[in-house]
Design a protein around this ligand. Structure first.
Ligand SMILES: [Zn+2]
Length: 755
């Protein structure tokens, strides 16, 4: 607590409404000791300084920049404000003390906070980092894999059962370090003697996920995964421990309640296994293991939902070993904190990497924000730097994201000349773990609100979705301050191999295809891991709440979701090989490398990529025409005719989608509004009154109509059109699907003839 200093000050006029509000606010809460005597326009306040410290940094900065009444008095002193020598002008904020205050001075970590109903074992789990010396090839099915029938607990013996599990209908109430109070009971069965070879299961540790294990034969177990907390969905991530293993016998595990109909396990992915003895004796870490791998539909049907099974067999390397299985290389909240602690303690790295708390999660875990940049010689140069925003683990079961993030941080915090150059030209804002609660409890997709955070980036519910609300707000403020060149949120993908990006199509002719340049460059820099072919740039309605689309709408042209497979590559030398931790980390490095190519003042690479993208697009247009049974010669001479073809268009639309019956008055009103705004052939630039939610669609359509109008007039005059404009038009027409319902006409482009 700081001593209350009091002062008096004369003021001729009242400050602006903002300051007036702050006065009243302070007074109301007793921080501004109410001797406010207004006499003939004079205010004689006295201040309690404590009041100043309750403001956020933002308000303090704003207050200073306004040279406010409160801060301009030379008599005011605080431990946060610094005054220049003359003690008169320009007070400024002191650099916060204890930059890494959330790590204690002894360097210990903040223990993770768990929902109070979660049981947590006391042992700490640690795995070594290791890269297998030999490539780990995909599993090649023999065709003789068994599909075990699910027996269930009626005919088997329950050997592990997490209870109770908060599912749908329950909700998060409070949290504490270590989870549930009291003694944690042993859940695994008690062994009857040294001959008893029942496996002992456990998953009550960070990121662990296993709800139940049923022994259905001597060496055969059926496993049930825990759904994301407070939901009845999202089973995919698994991570559990088995003890009391026997060597030289074949075990079979079958997970019985997976929910996705498609899986990488059908195309060769193997589960990961970790042997504690192998780690201790031979320094061997996680490796791909398993035989007779099969992913198939569960024969037991509860009438509401279909479940899928994953089965595999395995031979453990040692007797009496402790082994782990996981869907992917785990990366926990504690792993992250250890990493950040090492950065904080590093005298060089901590110079250019500032660690802050972005916010607290629902359970009270710290969401970290890293600002990485080299100090600039002048304030002018500092202000001119562009920003790059990277984030990961909004989906907690996608630990791939953390390994890419680790690779990025390893490189950008290194002393390599390229890393130094990047720190010179950029300000990196990094949120390495957006959903720490989900990671801690072993969720696959949700936060403790039971929701997928990557569908709620537009939220106004700060209290319910603090992690993404604060991330969006941070980026919003960043955009007010400087240009954000690139935003990328790292994810894992459960159905496709390789690594790829989702971006956002931009129809502004000036920047046409520019959003595809970074992904194309990345594919050239990591040709055996990154697939440009798998990238997608559509902005679908169902993805409106994702970080990618929201940041794009906020004005970041290069806004991406990076998807990395849980399995491996189908490209180049890495074809049919699982990714290792090192492969994922290398992607972090390639992001940095590609940033340098992307920003190279010599624009040759950029221009080449743009030309290549246009070429690719031409090929795609050819393909689309061919699919319709039309021949085109894009390089030949052109005559383009445009037809008003309402019927054709309607046919196309009805093929694509049956019109849904309207349900509510709101929907009917919305449609009416849309139609009013979209008369035939009306260009929509003047629609300043349009609804905010309609803006993106209208913008897309506006570009379309404008191009169409140009084409029509050219066609009337029988003018030749440039190849570029034709490709652009075909692109809009064929590849960017316009929203149904509003388009009253279609277009037919006839190429190459005297039509
Ligand atoms: Zn994801």
């Amino acid at each position: 607590m700081f001593p209350a200093l009091e002062t008096e000050r004369k003021q001729e006029t009242l400050p602006d409404p903002y300051e007036d509000f702050m006065y009243r606010h302070l007074q109301y809460y007793g921080y501004f000791k109410g001797n406010t005597t207004k006499t003939l326009g004079q205010v004689v306040p006295s201040f309690s300084f404590y009041g100043l410290f309750i403001f956020s940094l933002h308000i303090q900065i704003e207050a200073i920049s306004r040279d406010s009444l409160m801060l301009s008095s030379p008599l005011l002193r605080s431990r946060q404000l610094l005054f220049d020598e003359l003690d008169q002008v320009n007070p400024r904020l002191r650099e916060p003390r204890e930059l890494f205050a959330f790590f204690s001075s002894k360097g210990t970590l903040q223990a993770p906070r768990w929902p109070i109903e979660c049981e947590v074992i006391k042992e700490s789990i640690h795995h070594i980092e290791w890269v297998p010396p030999q490539p780990e090839y995909f599993y090649q099915p023999t065709g003789n894999e068994k599909l075990p029938e699910i027996v269930g607990e009626e005919k088997g013996t329950v050997v592990y059962h997490l209870n109770p599990v908060p599912t749908e209908g329950s909700y998060f109430t409070s949290s504490r370090v270590g989870g549930k109070r009291g003694i944690i009971k042993e859940l695994a069965v008690t062994l009857e003697g040294p001959e008893d070879d029942t496996l002992l299961f456990e998953s009550r540790f960070e990121s662990g996920n296993l709800q139940k294990a049923v022994q259905v034969d001597t060496y055969e177990y059926e496993l049930t995964l825990r759904t994301d907390l407070y939901t009845n969905k999202h089973t995919q991530w698994f991570y559990f421990r088995v003890q009391n293993t026997r060597k030289d016998v074949t075990y079979r595990f079958t997970i019985v309640n997976l929910l996705k109909p498609k899986s990488l396990y059908t195309v060769g992915m193997k589960p990961l296994m970790y042997s504690q003895l192998d780690a201790n004796i031979y320094n061997i870490g996680w490796r791909r293991e398993g035989n007779e791998i099969k992913y198939y539909k569960n024969n037991t049907d509860n009438g509401q939902q279909s479940f899928y099974c994953l089965t595999w067999t395995i031979q453990f390397p040692h007797d009496q070993d402790t082994c782990f299985f996981a869907h992917f290389y785990p990366y926990t909240y504690t792993d992250l904190q250890c990493y950040l602690l090492s950065v904080a303690k590093n005298p060089i790295q901590s110079q250019f990497c500032k660690l802050r708390t972005l916010c607290r999660s629902l359970a009270g875990n710290t969401v970290y924000l890293l600002t990485i940049t080299n100090p600039s010689p002048t304030p002018h140069e500092a202000a001119a730097k562009k920003a790059v925003v990277l984030s990961a683990r909004v989906h907690p079961g996608e630990s791939n994201a953390s390994w890419i993030m680790k690779g990025f941080l390893d490189f950008i915090l290194s002393n390599s000349p390229d890393a130094q150059l990047l720190r010179d030209i950029f300000v990196f804002k990094v949120v390495p773990m957006l959903n720490p609660d989900g990671v801690i409890v072993g969720n696959y997709r949700c936060s403790l609100a039971g929701r997928d955070l990557n569908r709620h980036y537009k939220t106004i519910l700060k209290e319910s979705f603090p992690c993404i609300w604060h991330t969006r707000n941070m980026i919003k403020r960043l955009l007010e301050e400087r240009e954000v060149l690139l935003y990328c949120d790292f994810h894992g993908h459960s159905r496709k191999n390789n690594i790829f990006l989702y971006g956002c199509n931009n129809n502004d002719r000036k920047y046409w295809l520019h959003e595809r340049v970074f992904p194309l460059m990345l594919s050239k820099n990591a040709p055996d891991k990154f697939s440009f072919h798998s990238c997608n740039f559509k902005v679908q309605k169902c993805k409106e709440g994702t970080g990618r689309v929201v940041m794009w709408r906020m004005g970041i042209l290069n806004s991406y979701t990076m998807e990395s497979t849980f399995s491996g590559s189908t490209l180049g030398d890495k074809r049919n090989i699982h990714f290792t931790i090192e492969d994922l980390k290398s992607l972090g490095y390639h992001v940095c490398d590609t940033l340098l190519d992307f920003c190279d003042p010599d624009k040759t690479k950029f221009t080449q990529c743009l030309a290549e993208l246009k070429e690719l697009l031409q090929q795609e247009i050819h393909k689309k025409f061919n699919e319709r049974g039309e021949e085109v010669n894009l390089e030949g001479s052109w005559t383009v005719s445009l037809y008003f073809l309402e019927q054709l268009n309607q046919k196309m639309m009805s093929k694509k989608k049956k019109k849904k019956p309207l349900q509510t008055r709101k929907q009917r009103n919305e449609l009416h509004q849309k139609n009013k705004l979209m008369p035939e052939f009306k260009l929509t630039e003047d629609a300043s009154v349009r609804k905010a939610e309609l803006a993106p669609t209208l913008q897309k359509q506006s570009t379309f109509y404008k191009t169409l109008e140009n084409f029509r007039s050219s066609a009337m005059k029988n003018e030749k059109l440039s190849l570029n404009s034709l490709i652009h038009f075909c692109y809009l027409y064929l590849l960017v699907p316009l929203e149904a319902g509003n388009i009253k006409f279609g277009v037919c482009v006839v190429v190459g003839g005297q039509h």
